[in-house]
Design a protein around this ligand. Structure first.
Ligand code: NAD
Ligand code: MG
Length: 304
């Protein structure tokens, strides 16, 4: 089966998962940060045509950072089709079209949607996201801390100090701000899910600051899980660790993205739609007894 034949053929039961989606090499099409879906080649699959909900999140209220594109978009579409109202946050004007597209899919699923633009490295902006969600929807049942920044650098000397600080501010400081602001509005049975990475286990030498934040997120997830459970809040805290996934983050931050995902046993990157079910599961009542865990979705790359 050729790459062309497989490109749009998502989610057919019984297919070989290793050949279900496009395999590298891909065209070299670099983008500016933060990147957009429209400029990607091949296009990513967020489950637009394939994801079927099963009422796993009926009437829940979910906040998803970075919900405009990539993994966050696939999670937003899946959550809406599972019955949740969804607030997405994203960075800037260049992503307006991606955000509008996600909102459209949420509304087409019959759910309420809201999008909030701005930089989550600011505590004030994180508080605004939570305040808006609570004002519009009354509470928060699911908080997905998913937005992140990374940049490839060849050596230690190539990493500016501002970039080190920015990477931590966007990737991990924001989680503290958002969790702190959201917790008082999360009833028992709520769930926080943080996006970490295979880089927490196997750090890529070209992604030193990013990989360090992803390791910090693992520790933060485990510890916050203990804090909230010991205090009887009834809020579960987990993480998802994706392997290489085909999203705007990749052509906007990885120069040799033509070969992205070849370093997995699947010899291809995952699609956002292949990651979303992990978030659905962890957010749902089916994961009632799971907290402090990290679920790897890595195309066979090991995290043991
Ligand atoms: P993506 O570019 O589609 O999503 C990241 C989003 O983060 C962007 O849409 C952007 O709106 C948002 N963002 C970035 N900086 C921000 C800021 N300062 N303030 C507010 N929002 C900001 O890429 P993605 O790959 O779907 O990334 C989602 C998550 O998945 C990230 O945490 C990333 O680290 C993680 N992840 C991705 C991969 C991969 O290969 N794509 C692998 C492992 C983990
Ligand atoms: Mg985006």
């Amino acid at each position: 089966m050729t790459t062309d034949q497989t490109a749009n053929k998502s989610g057919q039961p019984g297919d070989d998962p290793t050949s279900k989606y496009p395999k590298p090499p891909f065209p070299r099409k670099p983008q500016e940060v933060p990147g957009t879906e429209g400029a990607m080649d091949p296009k990513a699959d967020h489950g637009e045509q394939s994801y079927r909900g099963k009422n796993r999140l009926t009437d829940k209220v979910a906040v998803i950072t970075g919900g405009d594109s990539g993994i966050g978009k696939a999670v937003a579409i899946a959550f809406a089709r599972e019955g949740a109202d969804v607030i997405i946050s994203y960075l800037d004007d260049t992503e307006d079209r991606d955000a509008q597209d996600t909102v459209r899919y949420i509304e087409e699923a019959g759910r309420k949607a809201l999008s909030i633009k701005g930089d989550i490295s600011s505590e004030t902006h994180c508080q605004k996201i939570i305040e808006t969600a609570v004002k519009e929807f009354g509470r928060i049942d699911i908080l997905i801390n998913n937005a992140a920044y990374q940049m490839s650098r060849e050596s230690l000397q190539d990493i500016p100090a501002w970039e080190w600080e920015k990477t931590f501010a966007v990737n991990i400081h924001s989680m503290f701000y958002l969790c702190k602001a959201a917790e008082p509005h999360m009833p028992p049975g709520s769930s926080i899910i943080n996006t970490t990475s295979v880089n927490a286990y196997e750090p890529n030498p070209t992604l030193l600051p990013y990989a360090a934040t992803k390791a910090a997120i693992q520790n933060f997830t485990a510890n916050l899980s203990q804090i909230l459970l010991e205090q009887g809040k009834g809020i579960r805290v987990n993480a998802v660790a994706p392997g290489p996934i085909w999203t705007p983050l990749i052509p906007s931050t990885i120069p040799d993205h033509e070969h992205f995902g070849e370093n997995t046993p699947f010899e291809r990157p995952g699609q956002p739609v292949e990651v979303a079910p992990a978030y659905v599961f962890l957010a749902s009542d089916e994961a009632n007894y799971i907290s402090g865990a990290t679920l790897p979705v890595t195309g066979g790359r090991l995290t043991i």
